[in-house]
Design a protein around this ligand. Structure first.
Ligand SMILES: C[S@@+](CC[C@H](N)C(=O)[O-])C[C@H]1O[C@@H](n2cnc3c(N)ncnc32)[C@H](O)[C@@H]1O
Length: 299
């Protein structure tokens, strides 16, 4: 019977539900993408310029990091700002729901010398829980810099999260959001197979954020952050590294072991598509560009 067949189909499990595997795949992805170089260039070159109007005349910066992960990017960002503004101190509110990630961040801070200009406040919460607590406690502080790097895929309602955090901005404060850009292969693939992957939130891109902001008449600036992923090993059947990459790209746990042959073939075809991937020096490189969206205080 059709109904029974439907019920018996084993549904695919989201990668994010297994935090160990998630981290493993994420680290693998980082190693094989230009993600970190892109973000390093961003923190070293673009960010200090973007922050000039916010930092001017300030001796202390209030920062909120939403989904800061294990903190590498946060510390890179602080060190770039510290080089430009050595006298400035920082109050840094870290929001990170994954306890392992938060532990890694705290360890990184304790192992990194010269961070005494930053005061850390740790929140083992989601952005949504943080918002609830903020409202319960009737907090009224304002933030100069709020960032959400690669996080809005995971929140329940990105529009609501953006609106809440934008409302916390100080005069001249800025909210920085990065997500995959709308035209990249990974996003297109996730959208093409979203019913099979059983996920919706990870299909998000800055295209969705732009649509939300445009519909609300909120103005913003945007910057391209070009990125590529080396997906060569995805084409070697049974290759463990290739499988980690495919898990991360599909955001499905053990994709190669649990997906139907048809779905697997479809994904492989997608990865090979010349619109998204180029072959160069025996490597297959997929476009995975990010986009930065910058919001200011609503007037
Ligand atoms: C891809 S990582 C990005 C980490 C870091 N911002 C970076 O760019 O290197 C996404 C992070 O968002 C966190 N996260 C997931 N759901 C969240 C939520 N609802 N609110 C805040 N953070 C969340 C995850 O635990 C993870 O650390």
């Amino acid at each position: 019977m059709h109904m029974d067949q439907h019920i018996m189909e084993s549904p695919l499990t989201k990668l994010i539900t297994d935090s160990n595997r998630y981290l493993k795949c994420y680290h693998h992805y980082l190693k094989h993408s230009t993600d970190q170089q892109t973000m390093q260039e961003f923190t070293n070159n673009l960010l200090p310029d973007i922050m000039t109007k916010t930092v001017n005349g300030k001796s202390n910066l209030n920062v909120i990091g939403v989904g800061s992960g294990s903190g590498e990017l946060d510390l890179q960002m602080f060190s770039a700002l510290h080089r430009k503004y050595p006298k400035m101190t920082v109050d840094n509110e870290v929001i990170e729901p994954n306890p392992q990630q938060l532990r890694c961040y705290r360890d990184l801070v304790s192992q990194t010398p010269g961070l005494d200009y930053i005061r850390f406040n740790w929140n083992k919460t989601t952005a949504e829980e943080f918002e609830e607590q903020w409202k319960e406690k009737k907090r009224t502080e304002k933030a100069d810099l709020i960032h959400m790097f690669q996080v809005l895929y995971y929140v329940k309602d990105p529009g609501a999260t953006i609106s809440f955090f934008q409302s916390l901005l100080n005069k001249n404060g800025q909210l920085l959001i990065t997500l995959s850009s709308g035209n990249v292969g990974v996003v297109k693939m996730r959208n093409a197979y979203k019913n099979q992957f059983g996920t919706t939130e990870v299909n998000r891109s800055t295209g969705d954020i732009r649509r939300f902001l445009d519909s609300k008449g909120v103005t913003y600036r945007s910057y391209d952050l070009p990125t590529q992923i080396d997906i060569t090993k995805c084409f070697i059947e049974g290759n463990e590294e290739g499988e980690m990459m495919i898990d991360f790209l599909t955001q499905v746990l053990d994709f190669s072991k649990t997906a139907s042959p048809e779905l697997k073939a479809g994904v492989m075809e997608f990865l090979r598509c010349p619109e998204f991937s180029v072959e160069s020096n025996g490597k297959v490189l997929m476009n995975a560009n990010y986009e930065l969206i910058v919001l200011e205080q609503l007037t």
